[in-house]
Design a protein around this ligand. Structure first.
Ligand code: GLC
Length: 611
């Protein structure tokens, strides 16, 4: 039970307000629309409780001021009380999952897979505090973070949103991150949302939104236990998973949502659905609405068809197929959270402490991200102690990810699927820019031909390789759709299947350009430091063999300088693998498995002998 929500005074205020609300106003509070489908006038007309920005859905020039102006308009509309509308402030939600990553000029932190390698819970708390300020700078009050997925199969397109394959690290971060975001629920706080309840990381074959087949005992031990410290820390919202558990979709799962989360675990904030998450509960959307509401979900992320949702839910309440008591429970929870985080007492967004604050994207904030990058790097190989490099060495820099801030940030950055090139990531440094600042004589091989690679001119090369950005199912590694049918075969209901990123984890097949670049350099007798930018562990045997030193840099975010700092010894390597590094694609390999035989084990990471 969350003391902030159990406050008797608050409960009384909420009960009084609830007693004044019409059915339309109650159903409106349970409805969350996307900003592109709902004007401030419509928000008032339908009494909506929340608006969200989907990944990449940004107002105006996508500067903090544009966000604040947008939120001012929604806020004013929500508080315009008249005969038909009660003044209840909306809550605006975004996916600020590695900084306020949607907004131009934001500090973009390493994605969770890299943060897992730091094994530094206090750093996570600092990251959350900075992230909260950069969210508040845009007039937004709610982030759909942290993700508490325990990713068990690296074929999954969302591995990088997971801190680790093992619940131990995730548990150690969950409470710290929530505390960093929510703090004292005052002016420096935003509402956190732990997700996705429950078992998203256990999806069979790493198929996004698929089937998680586990005993209750295993589901609890691996996938539920990371939520406990977050609940302890007073997290105010929980998002439901698209996945099914043993064939039953979480969005319709009364046992998991109501009996376990709200009952046994005494969660008293509110539960929000995922994006159209109830659509897949039944062919008939009308039925799906009742299944979702009766499972215990309180707020519905219905980005486009929110008016249909409202109509259907009203009908269900009139017919009694959704009891009014369920509506009242949902609205009570929503109102309690809005009161507890001070929404009813705040001024409009543009009048708040952090709105349009100069600290947005500041050097001070970026220094926290740079430290996180330094601590996230895992050194897998360092023959002849090639690393750390000398600044005065003659260094050739190559590889498609060497000078690409978009690629180093990965998905959920400015756009849902991320960006390419440097233009959309303002204020940060690519790895190349970081290297150049420490070793001004370094040369960038622009076109990847590395024609200039000759041992007369260069002592060594830094080759930055790996993946392009992706998000969710578009990051899956899947053969083709029949795998989906097989994996999804026991799912009751349907599922959304997106075009996958590729069909193999073998990097040399997935991105042959990388090995080709490395080989063209090593054939000249020039030793290579290979830096892998990736959202997951990949099969890297061939690239590893060709390299003299090999660094896993994950998705470091905007501060590529942090990578250069460690390559040149200004900071030592300290990162340890939070994911086992596999020798082969299947079966997936995780800490504690029988016959555990990784290429590099969970917890592995070299340091440099001299710094
Ligand atoms: C997405 C994701 C979820 C995100 C939501 C809003 O589908 O599953 O993590 O918070 O939609 O963008």
């Amino acid at each position: 039970m969350n003391p902030a929500l159990q406050n008797p005074e608050l409960q009384k205020k909420v009960d009084n307000l609830l007693a004044r609300m019409s059915l339309d106003q109650k159903i409106g509070q349970m409805t969350q629309a996307e900003r592109m489908t709902c004007t401030p006038e419509q928000l008032k007309q339908y009494h909506l409780g929340s608006i969200l920005s989907g990944g990449g859905s940004t107002p105006g020039e996508n500067r903090p001021a544009d966000w604040v102006d947008m939120n001012d308009a929604y806020w004013a509309a929500s508080l315009e009380e008249d005969a038909d509308h009660l003044a209840i402030p909306l809550i605006y939600g975004v996916d600020a999952i590695h900084g306020n990553n949607n907004v131009l000029g934001a500090t973009v932190f390493p994605h969770n897979i890299g943060l897992g390698a730091t094994n530094d819970p206090d750093l996570l708390n600092s990251i959350a505090q900075v992230t909260a300020r950069e969210i508040l700078a845009t007039g937004v009050e709610w982030t759909f973070a942290p993700t508490l997925a325990v990713a068990r199969d690296n074929h999954w397109g969302r591995v990088y949103e997971s801190y680790s394959e093992d619940p131990e690290i995730v548990r150690s971060y969950a409470g710290k991150f929530v505390e960093g975001l929510q703090a004292d629920l005052g002016d420096d706080s935003v509402v956190a949302c732990v997700k996705h309840w429950v078992g998203d990381g256990g999806t069979n074959n790493g198929i996004d939104q698929g089937e998680t087949t586990l005993s209750l005992n295993e589901l609890e031990r691996t996938h539920m236990s990371p939520y406990y410290p977050a609940l302890e820390a007073g997290v105010l919202t929980v998002m439901v998973s698209f996945n099914s558990w043993n064939g039953d979709k979480c969005h319709g799962h009364q046992a998991l949502v109501t009996d376990v989360l709200k009952g046994q675990l005494k969660f008293d904030g509110f539960v929000v659905s995922d994006w159209d998450g109830i659509d897949y509960l039944a062919e008939d959307y009308y039925q799906a609405v009742a299944l979702g509401v009766n499972s215990g979900i309180d707020m519905f992320m219905v980005p486009e068809n929110w008016q249909t949702f409202i109509q259907h839910l009203r009908k269900h309440v009139e017919l009694g197929t959704v009891p009014l008591s369920r509506i009242d429970d949902a609205v009570r929870r929503i109102l309690l959270v809005k009161h507890a985080c001070g929404l009813f007492d705040k001024p409009r967004p543009s009048q708040r402490k952090w709105s349009n604050h100069a600290s947005f994207g500041s050097d001070e904030h970026r220094a926290v991200a740079r430290e996180a990058v330094q601590k996230s790097l895992v050194l897998l190989k360092n023959d002849g102690n090639l690393l750390p490099l000398q600044r005065k060495s003659r260094i050739l820099v190559a590889g498609k990810n060497a000078d690409n801030r978009g690629h180093q940030c990965g998905g959920f950055t400015v756009a849902w699927q991320g960006t390419d090139g440097n233009e959309f990531i303002e204020g940060g440094t690519s790895l190349w820019e970081g290297i150049q600042s420490l070793s001004p004589t370094a040369v960038l091989s622009e076109d990847g031909s590395v024609a200039e690679a000759s041992p007369e001119n260069f002592d060594c090369a830094i080759v930055v390789i790996g993946e392009r950005p992706y998000a969710e199912g578009m990051g899956d590694i899947r053969m083709n759709n029949d795998v989906i049918v097989e994996a999804g075969s026991q799912i009751k209901g349907s599922m959304k299947v997106l075009e996958p990123y590729g069909h193999t984890l073998e990097l040399a097949e997935l991105h042959p350009e990388d090995l080709a670049t490395i080989q063209r350099i090593t054939e000249q007798g020039i030793p290579c430091v290979v830096v892998l930018i990736s959202g997951r562990t990949l099969l890297i045997n061939k690239e590893l063999e060709q390299s003299t030193a090999f660094v896993a840099a994950w998705l470091p975010g905007s501060e590529g300088q942090g990578v250069a700092d460690v390559l040149f010894g200004d900071a030592n390597f300290q990162g340890k693998l939070a994911f086992s590094w596999p020798k082969k694609a299947r079966p997936p390999i995780n800490r504690g498995d029988k016959d555990y035989d990784p290429l590099f084990p969970y917890g592995y990471g070299l340091t440099c002998q001299r710094t």
